[in-house]
Design a binder for this molecule. Sequence first.
Ligand code: SF4
Length: 309
Amino acid sequence: MKVILAQPRGFCAGVVRAVETVEQALEQFGAPVYVRHEIVHNQHVVQTLRNKGARFVEALDEVPENAVTIFSAHGVASDVESEARERQLRVLDATCPLVTKVHNHGRQYAVRGYQLILIGEAEHPEVIGTMGQIPAPVALVRNVAEAQALTFPEHTPMAYITQTTLSVDDTRAVVEALKQRYPQIVGPDTRDICYAVQNRQTAVRALSLCTDLVLVVGSVKSANAMTLCDIAGAHGKPSYLIANGNAIRREWFDERTTVGITAGASTPEALVDDVIAALARIGPLEIETLPGREEHVQFRLPTGLIARQ
Ligand code: SF4
């Protein structure tokens, strides 16, 4: 069997920063530290941090007074920030700087009086956080049909922002629909959403073209991993979103299958290794990595932590 690995794949700079925030907090302040929501959407990562002393909660009222409290990479609404301040929790904000950038864009548009549209999935914590950061009404639009169904008057000043982890192609289609309906609408270039999402989607497209089947290693909760799986599927290749090597089914392959592997932005490389090991138990492997974009993005740790030397 031939295995082709997508490049880039797996951890992005926002996830590296978020995971390191929890690890450093444990090291510098001692266990337990409290993390609001899963730090990133990957069970393996969450369990590993839990084993080291991180406690994951969904609401701040589960956090004891004065405890070290970390906001996840997805970001939080401003009322969560206020609640943490009122309770004098020691907050480390691991919100990805690219998500913060979306919050800032949204706030600026709102202050300038634009009717704001957020392109995203209603239940996603990033979307909940972003909507809660904008001090004005925000209309949530998930797809082209919803964009076409908007009823704001024709000449309303409009602006859009987007969830970071969506399919770049789908988002572009929604933006086009918004522009048709409201030609005056303004917003960031869709190529500007998130370098990591963009790069992983470009890579899985290339992978789909040279493989018989694509495995996306990641969690079902991970929006960006699911999008990678959808993109491979849209290229006519069977594609499976799997958490680790245990999820592999023998009947998906025969000895001549060329298998493509990629991983969502919150998936550690150890899980890709686990998948490769599971394939190697089926038969001998020839492994190569597809050429792709190199990434050198790094984000500084949040205020309140001492950076590792
Ligand atoms: Fe940040 Fe992009 Fe990673 Fe999300 S996928 S955490 S926006 S770098």
